[in-house]
Design a protein around this ligand. Structure first.
Ligand code: ZN
Length: 499
């Protein structure tokens, strides 16, 4: 196997006014323009004649249809089909998805993940890698969906009873053998064998000899993990892994919702990531050459705003879209005043709604409530789709009795959390904003409600909270009520709306 080389799409530089005032320069400029145009034409024809196109989506979060003109998987599907046709058909195109695919929209919830899987099947994806949110409807449901799907599920690090995935597969396209390795989310709590890249390195080291024995022409790693998982830049461990295995030519990333058009991480590895919510797809074109390394061209492709929805896919998911439309026909409540989130220490009507909802559903005295979107406002008539945007996770409420020192330790841990969008705030059932987020002091212990995701440490973020909930596991009460269902009940009540 030879290591690949890269090239990029460049545009000709514009000519300045001064240059145009001077005749000899004009000739030179014309020559330059001719050269630039012919280069661009060559570039275009090389692009059209690539041997293989690999298209990869990620973090679509079941954004299947478009709300308020937003991007959608149905529109991206049209763009993908056009790209497949331009690339010479399915025999010359590989279509992949890097996960967080089935949950994150009302249609996703109505279908309990089936709509996302139906989209993968209708577009005939060659393979997909499950992400952490694939478990939001439960591991049993994911296992059912995987069994019913035509699309191969690949993951080398998934560790969940009842779910069988292949760590890697070999696909044949354009007469070439392409080995595809899958890696799901590496974090704790998502049925993963690994909680960092050290674990991933071990797993990949174990399967690499089998892959090399199968003589692939190209090796791809598709993972539900981003390159910029921390602010310090590319994950040092990912870099190390790719330096160790330069024969992995292309890495498709996910999970962090970032758009990465190209990044060179190792000796010769190309990293690319397609952002989120069906806004774009990653495209890598590969030209195999006789006696030298394949040429690799990565870029992101975006559907036009006017892109039509893909007919075949729409038909496949129409029953769930119809159900969504019916749900949205009658409003849940009519709000007396808009509900939006204000950051602490200001009083937040959205936190007030969520706090009251969780306390009432858990029959508790206090609650730690999850993050709220500061850009989202509930106003006027509220429909199921609005409520979904307010509480987008499939998270249930649990209750524990905690003494005041335990509540203080949890609050302290939250105050140290640097991820603003993960912080759990303390709420009391009081009617007024006075002391709303402060620690109570009139009793020795309180019944405190949490979302189960937060109570069990939010994917390893809150070890203190996790340790406390684990110590209470016997008396911890699971209500079975989801945060969204609790919010729906609360929103109908005073003072939010007229019952
Ligand atoms: Zn994810």
């Amino acid at each position: 196997m030879r290591l690949p080389s890269y090239s990029f799409f460049t545009k000709g530089a514009p000519l300045s006014g001064k240059a145009l005032a001077c005749a000899p320069v004009l000739v030179l400029a014309a020559l330059f323009l001719f050269f630039a145009q012919s280069q661009a034409a060559k570039e275009k024809s090389r692009e059209d004649s690539a041997d293989l196109s690999i298209i990869c989506t990620t973090d679509i979060h079941s954004h299947i249809d478009s709300r308020h003109g937003a991007p959608s998987w149905l529109k991206l599907a049209t763009k993908i089909r056009k790209e497949i046709e331009r690339s010479g058909g399915r025999g010359k195109t590989l279509l992949l998805d890097c996960g967080d695919t089935i949950q994150g929209s009302l249609v996703g919830t109505i279908s309990r993940g089936a709509a996302g899987i139906a989209m993968l099947d209708a577009l005939e994806y060659d393979a997909w890698v499950p992400g952490n949110h694939e478990f939001d409807f439960g591991a049993k449901r994911l296992s059912e969906l995987i069994l019913e799907s035509k699309t191969p599920t690949i993951s080398a690090n998934l560790d969940c009873p009842g779910i069988r995935t292949r760590p890697w597969i070999m696909l044949e396209k354009s007469g070439k053998r392409i080995a595809l390795i899958g890696l799901s989310y590496l974090g704790k709590g998502a049925y993963s064998k690994t909680d960092n890249f050290d674990g991933a390195e071990e797993i990949i080291s174990a399967i690499m000899p089998q892959i090399m024995d199968a003589h692939p022409d190209l090796i791809i790693l598709a993972m539900h993990c981003g390159m910029h998982a921390d602010k310090e830049g590319p994950l040092p461990n990912l870099k190390r892994l790719l330096l160790k295995y330069p024969q992995i030519s292309i890495v498709f990333g996910g999970h962090t919702h970032q758009e990465v058009p190209f990044e060179n991480l190792g000796a010769s590895n190309c990293f690319i990531q397609a952002g989120k919510h069906a806004e774009c797809a990653a495209l890598v074109q590969v030209s195999f050459r006789e006696d030298s390394a394949p040429e690799i061209k990565p870029r992101l492709i975006f559907p036009d705003a006017s892109e039509a929805e893909d007919e075949k896919c729409r038909k496949t998911v129409s029953k769930w879209l119809d159900e969504q439309r019916k749900m949205d026909e009658s409003p849940i409540a009519k709000l007396r005043a808009p509900i939006r989130h204000e950051p602490a220490p200001a009083f937040s009507p959205a936190a007030d709604l969520l706090g009251k909802a969780i306390i009432a559903a858990g029959d508790a005295e206090l609650a730690f409530i999850g993050p709220l979107n500061p850009d989202f406002e509930l106003r006027g008539e509220i429909r199921e789709s609005d409520l979904f945007e307010f509480a987008p996770y499939e998270d249930k409420i649990c209750v524990m009795r905690l003494d005041i020192s335990e509540i203080r330790r949890i609050a302290e841990e939250q105050s140290l959390c640097k991820e603003e969008n993960k912080i759990q705030r303390l709420c009391r059932a009081s009617e007024k904003d006075e002391g709303y987020f402060t620690l109570p002091h009139d009793k020795n212990s309180y019944l405190v409600a949490f979302s189960e995701y937060a109570a069990f440490g939010a994917g390893g973020r809150f070890p203190v909270l996790r340790e406390i909930s684990k110590s209470k596991i016997r008396e911890l009460r699971r209500t079975g009520i989801s945060v969204r269902d609790a919010a729906r009940e609360q929103i109908k009540k005073k003072p939010f709306s007229e019952p």
